[in-house]
Design a protein around this ligand. Sequence first.
Ligand code: OAD
Length: 247
Amino acid sequence: MDEKLLKDAASVLRGSKNVVVLTGAGISAESGIPTFRGKDGWWKRYRAEELATPEAFRRDPKLVWEWYNYRREIIHSKKPNRAHIILSKWENEGKFENFTIITQNVDGLHMRSGSKNVLCLHGDIWKVRCTGCYREEYNFDVPLKEIPPRCSNCNSLLRPGVVWFGESLPQFELERSFRELERCDLLIVIGTSGIVYPAASMPQYAKSHGSKIIEINIEKTPITNYAHIFLKGKAGEILPLLDGEIS
Ligand code: OAD
């Protein structure tokens, strides 16, 4: 890790009041949860069109649910890592006036580590939604009791409470995200390949509203081109170093 870059990042962080953190699958990699596009990523082994679209679900709900059941089993067996824990510490110690996490992850690890102000852009793998009566509820069964699961209210098929390709993002989360990005002094982007929209547009949006951008990733992304500071490395190693600098 470049000491000077780390110190520069710490100095920006120390001087910021409104901080937003945008996270992707890379922040959960050190917990042992596969990313989507990495070497052993989901989309290297499976086709997104067969598992993560409304058409795929209509075609074969059992196959889609088997995949989600499998992912739920993996996530259930894992724990938040040091990166999640430091973000939750910053929020809960009130280090900044405003501290918001915008996550593309559906694994719930930010909430499990104690973060509260979390906007889940792509939904939550622990939620299920009825395709008949639209009732949404948490379901923490691992494994699921039946596949595909059915609604206890109207017996229609349940679907995972996540956003699939081709679907709109939840309006509340999306609007709040853009409001926070408009007023933040600093956006820290952690572990996202920066190619899935609209999340991928958020760093540029924040920068155009005057925010500084710090990116943490093990490799360069399209965001690196315009980030003010790029910290190359694992989130679970860099965040403790940053925390050490500002504590
Ligand atoms: P990706 O799998 O596309 O990207 C993961 C990023 O994390 C890559 O840029 C890696 O270099 C980086 N990374 C891996 N390990 C890391 C570590 N230990 N520390 C820091 N960075 C690390 O995942 P996302 O960008 O989250 O959407 O993908 C965005 C969306 O595409 C997902 O939410 C999902 C997916 O298809 C839907 O399913 C709708």
